[in-house]
Design a protein around this ligand. Structure first.
Ligand SMILES: CC(C)(COP(=O)(O)OP(=O)(O)OC[C@H]1O[C@@H](n2cnc3c(N)ncnc32)[C@H](O)[C@@H]1OP(=O)(O)O)[C@@H](O)C(=O)NCCC(=O)NCCSC(=O)CCC(=O)c1ccccc1C(=O)O
Length: 291
């Protein structure tokens, strides 16, 4: 693990709190993103500031890989998603490589693979925090919406552009938006393609808090540190509970999977396995039928 020894991006400081020292894993293998970690927090940064952190299929593939890495790492409790620089969190799909049926990868195949990333963030059993400076627009706006929490800098701007650029996200982009800000406001956001400043986003419940840009990272890290002091199982089950009704049977599957995993840790659950392996009838009589 090599220490980054990185400067804070311009404009962001730790504002009096204990500074965090991000490290990049030695086997870093990404072109479009950065993966860093410290204090049980993984930070994933879309690193294409020249296009306001727009994503291409390569970016999304790398994001999926990075989120998988953070998911599987038992040392990681919370994940932060952000964009490089202070001008944008993410401006959505890279319109320069948009073909007639999706976003073209190097071999010309067209994708909408950000939808896979959206599902991954929702089912990932750890809190994901969007740290937003500048624009969160289009598919980039949906990405912050999908995250469990959003910390916004006071220069953040939010909005959808789909109907202007010939696109729409009728999945989480519409449905989760309506559950988050209410149906009328969600329709306004999509039908008018306006931009909203950080205070307006806070007022409509689209973000959790707004802080001066210079405090964005320290505030986000503070929230992550607080979550990392809490029960990981409680946070995990709560996340799947919040998502269950919106995600239908897939949501119930996620919630119930947590119940199964907990059941496996009990003597009662293990009695069934042991009986099978010992080729005997299971004895469940000793386990209480609690009211
Ligand atoms: C984000 C802006 C508001 C920022 O404005 P500003 O600060 O003035 O900077 P600019 O000068 O406009 O931009 C600087 C530079 O970046 C380039 N750029 C910005 N955004 C993009 C982008 N999305 N793709 C490619 N390039 C971008 C810009 O051209 C400039 O480059 P120069 O070379 O200097 O000219 C503003 O930039 C802006 O409005 N950007 C576009 C926002 C947008 O419309 N995004 C796409 C929305 S659609 C989408 O994201 C689809 C997502 C998706 O995959 C999906 C999901 C679910 C279902 C379907 C789909 C689907 O694929 O359709």
């Amino acid at each position: 693990m090599a220490s980054d020894n990185m400067q804070q991006p311009e404009g962001r400081s730790n504002a009096g709190r204990a500074p965090i020292v991000w490290e990049t894993p030695a086997d870093d293998r990404y072109r479009d993103i950065l993966y860093q970690q410290a204090e049980r927090i993984a930070k994933i940064t879309i690193n294409r500031p020249e296009v306001r952190n727009a994503f291409r299929p390569q970016t999304v593939r790398e994001l999926i890989d990075a989120f998988h890495r953070a998911h599987m790492d038992p040392e990681i409790g919370v994940i932060v998603l952000t964009g490089a620089g202070d001008l944008a969190f993410c401006s959505g799909g890279d319109q320069r490589i948009r073909g007639d049926a999706g976003y073209q990868d190097e071999s010309g195949v067209e994708h909408l693979n950000v939808l896979e990333l959206q599902r991954q963030i929702r089912t990932l059993p750890k809190p994901v925090v969007a740290m937003v400076a500048g624009y969160a627009i289009g598919g980039g706006h949906v990405l912050h919406l999908i995250c469990d929490l959003t910390i916004a800098a006071d220069n953040a701007r939010f909005g959808q552009t789909g109907p202007r650029v010939g696109s729409f996200d009728g999945g989480f982009g519409a449905g989760l938006m309506a559950r988050t800000v209410g149906l009328k406001k969600a329709k306004e956001i999509w039908f008018l393609c306006r931009q909203y400043d950080a205070q307006a986003a806070l007022d409509m419940g689209l973000v959790n808090t707004v802080v001066p840009l210079r405090e964005l990272e320290s505030e986000t890290v503070d929230w992550c540190r607080q979550m990392n002091r809490l029960s990981p199982t409680a946070l995990r089950v709560l996340k799947s509970s919040f998502n269950a009704d919106t995600d239908g049977l897939a949501g119930i599957q996620e919630l119930a999977g947590n119940a199964t995993a907990l059941f496996y840790t009990t003597e009662e659950g293990q009695e069934g396995r042991n009986a099978f392996l010992e080729k005997r009838e299971p004895d469940f009589h000793r386990f209480p039928r609690r009211p």
